[in-house]
Design a binder for this molecule. Structure first.
Ligand code: IMP
Ligand code: MG
Length: 178
């Protein structure tokens, strides 16, 4: 068990399981995009570690771009999305792979896709390391999923609780207080 700020977390997913899930996604993305010169659009801050793994395994030409939106405060989604850092330079006409750490309600991914549609990208797909199917409220297809999880709040591998926990190599979930 570990403590971050005021809360306690217990380990639920090992780094080995994570690396196997990432290998699976990397194989699919290589198959689908090797000759397409895609842009990996990395959703800051949480997705940077996962993105680095995927990009190091990519075997064709590719570019990277970064976007930052904010919705979470503490352990709850506020529902309202604000763009903190927009896409620059323009992604018009490009094949974009959105790289997310986790898809929860889907509010964030929906907001990012709205931005890509306004940018008139050629096409886009969504890759996420973690997915909470029971929390997801949108119709948007999630093309590449690493691991499906329950409606737990998790930290590690880029994911944080109020800034802490991103450096953990395994995944921990918030412990229920009895
Ligand atoms: P959504 O907009 O509800 O899909 O939430 C997506 C964003 O909320 C993710 O990009 C994360 O930054 C954050 N988030 C969602 N669930 C968790 C979690 O369990 N731990 C840490 N951050 C999370
Ligand atoms: Mg995020």
């Amino acid at each position: 068990m570990i403590q971050l700020h005021d809360l306690f977390f217990e380990k639920i997913i090992s780094k080995i399981e994570i690396s196997q899930a990432i290998n699976g996604i990397a194989i699919q993305i290589n198959d689908d995009y090797k000759r397409k010169n895609p842009v990996f659009l990395i959703v800051l801050n949480g997705a940077f570690i996962f993105a680095s793994d995927i990009i190091k395994k990519f075997q064709g030409n590719c570019e990277m771009s970064f976007i930052k939106v904010a919705s979470y405060e503490g352990i709850k989604s506020s529902g309202e999305i604000t763009t903190v850092l927009g896409v620059e330079p323009s992604l018009e006409g490009r094949s974009v792979i959105i790289i997310e750490d986790i898809v929860d309600s889907g509010n964030t991914i929906e907001a990012i896709i709205k931005i890509l549609e306004e940018e008139e990208v050629k096409d886009y797909r969504v890759a996420t390391l973690f997915y909470k199917p029971k929390a997801y409220t949108k119709e948007i297809k999630i093309d590449y999923i690493g691991l499906e999880i329950e409606n737990d709040f998790i930290v590690g591998y880029g994911l944080d609780y109020n800034g802490l926990g991103r450096n953990l190599n395994d995944i921990y979930k918030l412990k229920n207080i009895e």
